[in-house]
Write a protein that binds this ligand. Structure first.
Ligand SMILES: *Cc1c(COP(=O)(O)O)cnc(C)c1O
Length: 228
């Protein structure tokens, strides 16, 4: 697997997309989704300059992350079960998949005990897919958001979503635009919440996500090859 070529190619495509869609140069970060992949491949990606990795299982992350250099960032991108929160708080740099107030509070309590602050993203079910986790984008969300913002050992870095499951590019772009508009609304309503991030775009749609305002793309198979 030519990881180096893949990472270089994706970084060039990100830069080109930033230029083409009038985005600030260097604003889009690449998160390498390494779920199911062996540690050797993560190390190879690290050697190519990759520093942010994403996993969707706490147990897998616990095995891999101690084997990586200390300047590696580890992001949780999969649905987090309540009984895994305390382990997740020890392992991850950032939890992108916070999808309920209950989980946010639990992360906050665990981090209080650990004496740390956890970076989080809120996972929004933007395309209101029944099979997806995430907050519904409705009036209740603003109240929940305000409560999460007030938690002392959590820092909300931004919003995360998975684009609509479809081949229709316009529908995919619409889900990314909706997430951006929700972030704009939060910026407006909560003045202390400034210049936040949009984690959106995967192997199949990261160029569209950059067009619509993404600041972090989460790419797995285009870097490490298909998963079984
Ligand atoms: C697996 C996964 C990705 C990466 O998907 P690819 O299609 O392999 O790029 C991104 N985000 C989340 C939340 C995932 O679970």
């Amino acid at each position: 697997m030519a990881i180096k070529e893949n990472i270089n190619k994706i970084n060039i495509e990100i830069t080109n997309a930033e230029l083409r869609f009038d985005r600030k140069q260097g604003i889009v970060k690449l998160l390498a989704v390494s779920k199911t992949k062996p540690i050797e491949l993560l190390k190879e990606a690290y050697e190519c300059g990759q520093r942010i990795f994403g996993e969707n299982k706490v147990q897998e992350a616990e095995l891999k992350f101690p084997q990586m250099p200390s300047d590696t960032e580890f992001h949780m991108i999969g649905h987090l079960q309540s009984n895994k929160v305390s382990k997740a708080c020890k392992v991850f740099t950032c939890i992108q998949s916070v999808d309920s107030l209950k989980i946010a509070k639990k992360i906050n309590n665990c981090c209080k005990e650990l004496g740390k602050t956890m970076f989080i993203y809120l996972d929004i079910n933007i395309s209101t897919d029944e099979n997806k986790t995430g907050f519904e984008n409705n009036n209740d969300f603003l109240n929940i958001f305000e409560e999460i913002l007030s938690l002392s050992n959590i820092e909300v870095k931004g919003l995360m979503c998975i684009g609509a499951y479809t081949d229709n590019v316009e529908v995919i772009k619409k889900s990314f635009t909706d997430l951006r508009e929700l972030l704009d609304l939060l910026h407006l309503k909560f003045p202390s919440f400034k210049e936040k991030e949009l984690s959106m775009g995967m192997s199949s749609d990261y160029i569209e996500a950059i067009e619509m305002g993404s600041t972090m793309v989460r790419v797995g198979s285009s870097i490490f090859g298909h998963r079984n």
